[in-house]
Write a protein of this length. Sequence first.
Length: 281
Amino acid sequence: MLRVAVPNKGTLSGPASEMLAEAGYRQRHEQRDLTVIDSVNEVEFFFLRPKDIAIYVGSGELDLGITGRDLALDSGAPISERLALGFGGSTFRYAAPAGREWTVADLQGKRLATSYPRLVTDNLANYDVQAEVIRLDGAVEISIQLGVADAIADVVGSGRTLRQHNLVAFGEPICRSDAVLVERAGSPASQAKDQLVARLQGVVFAQQYLMLDYDCPKSLLDDALTVTPGLESPTVAPLADPEWVAIRAMVSRIDANLVMDRLSALGAKAILASDIRSCRL
Ligand SMILES: Nc1ncnc2c1ncn2[C@@H]1O[C@H](COP(=O)(O)OP(=O)(O)OP(=O)(O)O)[C@@H](O)[C@H]1O
Ligand SMILES: O=P(O)(O)OC[C@H]1O[C@H](OP(=O)(O)OP(=O)(O)O)[C@H](O)[C@@H]1O
Ligand SMILES: [Mg+2]
């Protein structure tokens, strides 16, 4: 049976379980459950702290795991990424009190609080900067006003927490993170792993696209197909009115409204966009 780690709490937990459920896997109903066996698909899920997942997968005890790229790097565990999952996007950045310009060189000799000490130590070494790294478990943004640090390195999502604490990010991001599916580096391929990867890939892909259906005068077909070339080739179906055709094509979610505007300006009618739940391409 395939053994797969899933975050049991924190930012990645909900979206990770939802994505697995969408891919057809059984997920836990009770927040406190630590394992779920999906006997139909022959997968056992382990609900673990996000920070620990790369360690279990890197040890070879578990076959696959969902975690953050930043967490995986910080663990130092020997894992490799199989798939970026399209949620949990963040940057990991240095930040310090607003009101002056900061550079990484200014961290020399300073106290730097973080929950990701390995990531920070490795990055400081690249700049040849020596700082005292203070390891905290969370709520790192408050450590400066509480007097235990001069600067921090932490996860930035919307940037709201930094602003609330009058901090500014500086320097190049230490890491750009996403939720990722990881496996032990160099582990042998298996059909069971490939199947779970393919199912998740189907959901990730489906979330990036919309299905567009519209009616188009036959005389405008060539122009319309240029606007919606689809992935392989769009479906063109006859309508009861011989002057018109129905077209169905996948479009990238980001571009969907622009594409709909263009089709409308072209003379297309009844333009409908619908979600795709999953796919195999
Ligand atoms: N605000 C955010 N926006 C986007 N991604 C985030 C955000 N906060 C954390 N993450 C990502 O989530 C992962 C860490 O999750 P989280 O911080 O929720 O776990 P945790 O700190 O172990 O749990 P908790 O914060 O509940 O103690 C990292 O990969 C990080 O990049
Ligand atoms: O840029 P923002 O959108 O404001 O998000 C960033 C905050 O979110 C995370 O905190 P989390 O909720 O995981 O709490 P923690 O610091 O205790 O881990 C992260 O550690 C930052 O503090
Ligand atoms: Mg956190």
